[in-house]
Design a protein around this ligand. Sequence first.
Ligand SMILES: Nc1nc2c(ncn2[C@@H]2O[C@H](COP(=O)(O)OP(=O)(O)OP(=O)(O)O)[C@@H](O)[C@H]2O)c(=O)[nH]1
Ligand SMILES: [Mg+2]
Length: 192
Amino acid sequence: MNITSAEFFCSYSSLDGLPGDGRPEFVFVGRSNVGKSSLLNSLCARKGLAKTSSTPGKTRLINYFLVNKELYFVDLPGYGYAAIGKSERESWGPLLSDYIRKRDEIRLVVSLIDARHPGMASDLEMMEYLEYCDRPFGVVMTKWDKLKQSEKMKARRTMESCAPKAKFIVNYSSFSGDGRSGLLAQLDNFSQ
Ligand SMILES: Nc1nc2c(ncn2[C@@H]2O[C@H](COP(=O)(O)OP(=O)(O)OP(=O)(O)O)[C@@H](O)[C@H]2O)c(=O)[nH]1
Ligand SMILES: [Mg+2]
């Protein structure tokens, strides 16, 4: 996929009123602070497109970005942050789970997982939910630049064993752009 244009489209706080134009949707999910918004900016090569923050919980709405005028990238609120005392699943909130389960336009879900912490319960739970909802999903291991050379192979192996149903696993650094062309090529496979 070659991204020639990307613009903010709209934010939604409920499923009512989501676009009715039938454009395919590529969805980005992951724990709070995993780097979803940074990844979108890196993929689209537009620094301030999605708002990023070092404080978890920055993205609280469903944010739509129109890409190449023909599809949407969707930035979802992060999960796993306010999970103290609740099961992870309860902490997602209905917005996130309903959107994933009900939205027919979803073509692919990209599950972002911190490369330093593969195999976290909350991420495994999300992947189980994606399978349950019959959503094709791929995995992106974020913040790959933070791993030492010696840690990379182990992280990759752990991820592969935790995500046997993933259509792909891409190592990614939003800071260096490592993994960008590989991820764009994967998205291509789902955009027809
Ligand atoms: N080293 C490194 N830091 C990153 C990378 N991607 C994101 N970060 C940092 O991680 C923090 C969170 O990034 P965001 O993109 O806002 O994360 P998010 O998943 O959108 O967070 P919420 O919207 O709060 O759920 C920021 O301080 C980013 O600068 C990366 O590839 N490498
Ligand atoms: Mg965000």
